[in-house]
Design a protein around this ligand. Structure first.
Ligand SMILES: [Zn+2]
Length: 238
């Protein structure tokens, strides 16, 4: 019901010319490891971007949460899984203007995919059958900034985060100018997290291979509020 409603809203906004197409950042990364986008995943992404446009404009959808809350008490069927940073400025339900039951959110500092995050994602893929996984980084990420600094962390737990982000920083240093290092590392870290999910989860990899799941990489802009897609759809490549 909710998905049908969202699709209807997207179609309505599209026909009115109000829905901005998914913003395409420079095609830095290939999406061939992320599976062919299936129609369902495309619809979900379009509905998330429509919600992000509402958020940017400061015009969130009016919602009657009480009946929805009661309806969802019997079960959930989230349309998307979002792996995002824990940063307090990047709440996925808010920035995509989504409601109760719409998105299954996994958050870690630096949007890193450790084993618990992976297990959470697998649950949503295997049991809830969400067709889309969004890996979402953001500008001025403190976790990536800490990894760029090279400073020793005060605990092994903080070290575990920085170590996960380290390879993206090392790679960014090979091509980014010093002023661009943080932003390049943030985008590289989003890509690496997506790769980590696929490399370390048979469930996710099989779902992508069979066309049941698509993976989209994106970055949130703190000031504008926009979510920008980083990996281009396979259909637009070559
Ligand atoms: Zn962050």
């Amino acid at each position: 019901m909710m998905r049908t409603l969202c699709v209807a809203i997207v179609l309505s906004l599209t026909s009115c010319g109000l829905l901005q197409p998914a913003q395409a950042a420079p095609a830095q990364y290939s999406s061939d490891i992320h599976g062919q986008a299936n129609a369902s995943a495309d619809e979900v992404w379009n509905s998330l971007i429509a919600g992000n446009s509402r958020f940017v404009e400061g015009k969130p959808e009016a919602r009657d949460l009480v009946p929805l809350r009661r309806k969802l008490a019997s079960g959930q069927s989230p349309k998307a899984i979002i792996l995002s940073c824990s940063d307090s400025r990047v709440g996925p339900e808010l920035i995509f203007d989504q409601s109760l039951g719409d998105v299954f959110v996994v958050r870690t500092a630096g949007n890193v995919a450790d084993t618990v995050a992976l297990g959470s994602i697998e649950y949503a893929v295997d049991h809830l059958h969400s067709p889309l996984l969004v890996v979402l980084g953001h500008q001025k990420c403190g976790a990536v900034s800490a990894a760029c600094s090279g400073e020793k962390m005060p605990s092994k737990n903080l070290d575990a985060i920085v170590e996960k982000i380290g390879p993206a920083v090392t790679q960014a240093k090979t091509y980014a100018k010093p002023d661009d290092l943080l932003e390049s590392a943030i985008r590289g870290n989003v890509h690496r997290s997506a790769e980590d999910v696929l490399a370390n989860s048979d469930i996710v990899r099989d779902a992508v291979k069979s066309g049941k799941l698509s993976v989209i990489e994106a970055e949130y802009e703190l000031e504008s509020g926009k979510v920008v897609r980083l990996n281009m759809p396979a259909s637009s490549q070559k």
